[in-house]
Every structure is written in structure tokens, then in C-alpha cells.
Design a protein around this ligand. Structure first.
Ligand code: G3I
Length: 381
């Protein structure tokens, strides 16, 4: 059941007042998961060190602050199924065990993507391209093995990741070229067969841009018309200080909610560094040449930018809170700034500051802004 701000805050106010002999008015939540309890779960993507237990500082932050987890890499095809007939569930088993031990919402990323999928997947043992039927059979075997292993434990899956071009057309990935556009519906069908209770998501970046959003809306409508078991849309949320506008985010969430989709913000981070001339993208094949002018904050983030980042995070969580009936989950793509892929993308070796915890694991002003947004006035409430 979802609660409004007062049904959420009142018990905390009363509990706080009772605990302190009614000497104070409110004990504001000090964790992300408590601040948004009843609105949506708040998650972090775990890297291999956090999953293996070698990053104990990261694990402590995850346990204290988050009630949902995503695997940054360990459930991608290349990790879990590196060779034909050979699965490696070492890290993914540990990932799921971590979530179960700490009673978290366990999400998984991702079944079908064009990156981090080994070349052998598309070839037979003589090195020839597979036929449509043979590739579908391989896709089905993979999905049923991986989803089936965690049936009843992993609650939601990114079934298909990044199937769209920026203009909204279907990306000509190896999956599309060798199977046809219906690879998308087949992937959802196979996942649903493997775990009928799991929530199944389509996940992508830049859906806040109109052309790509229109393509995604058309895709979801088509899947729904065909009776394909799709439950939600993941907005990756790789944002910067100015793009997308909060209006774009709001419009995008509402557009998918209007189609009956659950919405998750799946990979949230905010890039504070110069873009280097490219429009925002999360296409991992993009590389921009290193240049000191693109790496201005090696010795620390200036306070003005720190405050700008905090305000930006507060504004975005204001939108997520306003749209809490549609938003199921908000997940950060990493825990501390030191972990983030944004230190190496789209320029390698930069010092970026995209998350809520700094390089020593301390909460940043952006963390406080996100907590504050949970109890502050949300636009449109
Ligand atoms: O595991 C190997 C390790 O054995 C090797 O020593 C090391 C040397 O470079 O590489 C390690 O693999 C790296 C892997 O991350 C784990 O750290 C890969 O090179 C590197 O390419 C990979 O990057 C990941 C990227 O996806 C790859 O596509 C990032 O961590 C991950 O954050 C990023 O996540 C994607 C989402 O899946 C989809 N949306 C965009 C998002 C950001 O690109």
C-alpha cells in the first residue's frame, strides 16, 4: 500500500517524540530506504568487490542505506555464461545470497543486450553465423537456465536492454539482424516461462528525449497488443546537471505509467564533468580523447558545483516522489564516487562525482538533499 506524506511521516514524528519524552517534534529519517518507505525502494548497483565481500565499506553503506540491489555486471551474459555449455554462477549466487540475507528487493540486469555478450553466442562450432532458429534456441536456453536458477528469489529482470536507437527505431544489434525484431517478444516470453512471478522490464537510456521515448512507447504498445508479458520500463537515469529537465523526467514516467507499465529508475547517476562535445549518451562504445580541460576537478569538487549537484538530486527526487504511484524503484549505479563507471566514460581516467557518497564513503550534500526531498513539498502533491 502506498502512503501519502503524512501517513508516512506521522508515525516517525510520534515515535521520535515518544522516544525523546515529547521534547522534540520530528526525527527525520537518516537513511534513504527509510526516507522513501512506502513510496519506492531505493537501490544500489553492486560491483564484484561488494558482492565478493572484499569492499566491506561499500557493503556497510549498502546494508545501512538501501533496500534494493542491482548487479552492475555479474548477471550479464559474458560473466554468467562465458562459453558454450559453461555457466559460472559464483558471483551471481553470492549476489542473490546478499540480497536474501538482508531482505532486499533483488533486481537483475540483464538477459539480452548487444554489449557484454561473447562472440561465440552468434556462431556455430565451425564459426558460421547461426540461423534464426538456432539463435532463438540458444537465447531460450540461456534465459531459462539463468532465470530458472533464481526463480522466486530475483524479483525483477531487465529482460531486454537498449534495443532502441536515438531516433526511436529498433537498433540493428546482432539479435535483431539474426532473429528479427521479434527477438524482443521472444525474450520476454522465455523469461516469463522460466519465472511467471518475476517482473519483466524493458530498460534503456535517453528515453527522456522525445524521439526515443516515442519509439519506446510504440514498442511497449506493440508488445502489450501481442500479449507479451512486459511489466515495466526502466529509465537508466544517466543524467547530467542540466539534462534532462525535470519536466522531461516527469513526462517520461507519466507516459509509461499511462500504458500500465511499472517504472523504475534503474541506473541513476549525475555527471558533473564537461561533456566533451557529445550529446549525453550511455552508449559504452563512445570514447572521447583524454584532455585535461575535460577533467577539471581532480583535486576536489568546488563547493558551488557540490551545491548544484545537491539541488539537482533534490529536484529529481521531488519528481520521483510526485510520481510515486508509478515509480517502483530508484537505483543508483554504484555506491561511492570511487566505484562509478563515470570515472572512465566517455573519457577514461577522470575524477567524477556522480553519486551520493564521496570517495571515502562519506555522505555528500546531495545525500542530504535526497533525504530532505522525501519530506519536503513535492511538486503537484
Ligand atoms: O571483469 C573484467 C576484469 O576481469 C578485467 O581485469 C578488467 C580489465 O579492464 O575488465 C573487467 O571487466 C570490465 C567490467 O566492467 C567489470 O569491471 C569491463 O572491461 C568493462 O567494460 C565493464 O564496464 C561496464 C559496462 O557496463 C560495460 O558495458 C561497467 O562496469 C558498467 O557500469 C556498465 O553498465 C552499463 C549498463 O550495463 C547498461 N547501461 C549503461 C551502463 C553504463 O555503461
Amino acid at each position: 500500500m502506498r502512503m501519502n506524506m503524512w501517513t508516512k511521516v506521522l508515525p516517525l514524528v510520534m515515535a521520535g517524540a515518544a522516544a525523546m519524552g515529547a521534547a522534540t517534534t520530528a526525527n527525520a529519517p537518516t537513511t534513504l530506504k527509510d526516507a522513501y518507505k512506502g513510496d519506492f525502494v531505493v537501490g544500489a548497483a553492486m560491483d564484484a568487490g561488494q558482492i565478493a565481500g572484499t569492499d566491506q565499506r561499500g557493503d556497510a553503506i549498502i546494508q545501512a542505506q538501501f533496500n534494493s540491489i542491482s548487479p552492475e555486471n555479474v548477471l550479464k551474459w559474458v560473466v554468467v555464461h562465458p562459453q558454450a555449455g559453461k555457466y559460472d554462477f559464483d558471483l551471481s549466487d553470492k549476489y542473490v545470497a546478499f540480497g536474501m540475507e538482508h531482505h532486499m528487493f533483488i533486481h537483475a540486469h540483464t538477459l539480452i543486450w548487444h554489449n557484454q555478450v561473447p562472440a561465440w553466442v552468434f556462431r556455430d562450432d565451425k564459426g558460421n553465423s547461426l540461423s534464426r532458429d538456432a539463435l532463438l534456441a540458444r537465447m531460450r536456453e540461456h534465459i531459462q537456465t539463468v532465470v530458472g536458477r533464481y526463480k522466486g528469489k530475483i524479483q525483477s529482470w531487465d529482460v531486454v536492454n537498449e534495443a532502441l536507437n536515438e531516433d526511436g527505431s529498433i537498433r540493428q544489434s546482432p539479435w535483431e539482424k539474426m532473429i528479427g525484431e521479434d527477438y524482443i517478444e521472444k525474450a520476454f516470453e522465455y523469461a516469463h516461462q522460466a519465472d511467471p512471478q518475476a517482473e519483466l522490464y524493458y530498460n534503456d537510456y535517453n528515453l527522456e528525449n522525445e524521439a526515443k521515448r516515442k519509439g519506446a512507447i510504440a514498442l511497449i504498445k506493440k508488445l502489450k497488443d501481442e500479449g507479451v508479458p512486459v511489466n515495466g520500463v526502466g529509465l537508466q537515469g544517466h543524467y547530467n546537471l542540466t539534462w534532462p529537465s525535470t519536466q522531461q523526467v516527469d513526462d517520461t514516467i507519466e507516459a509509461f505509467a499511462a500504458l500500465g507499465m511499472k517504472v523504475a529508475i534503474t541506473e541513476l547517476d549525475i555527471d558533473v564533468l564537461p561533456a566533451g562535445g557529445k550529446q549525453p549518451t550511455a552508449d559504452v562504445t563512445v570514447h572521447i580523447k583524454e584532455n585535461p580541460a575535460l577533467n577539471p576537478y581532480v583535486n576536489g569538487l568546488p563547493d558551488a558545483v557540490q551545491q548544484e549537484l545537491a539541488k539537482r538530486y533534490g529536484d529529481l527526487f521531488g519528481v520521483f516522489l510526485k510520481d510515486r504511484d508509478a515509480v517502483e524503484r530508484v537505483t543508483f549505479w554504484g555506491v561511492t564516487d570511487a566505484d562509478s563507471w563515470k570515472n572512465d566514460f566517455p573519457v577514461t581516467g577522470r575524477t567524477n562525482y556522480p553519486l551520493l557518497f564521496d570517495r571515502s564513503g562519506q555522505p555528500k550534500p546531495a545525500f542530504e538533499a535526497v533525504l530532505k526531498a522525501a519530506t519536503g513539498p513535492a511538486p503537484g502533491k
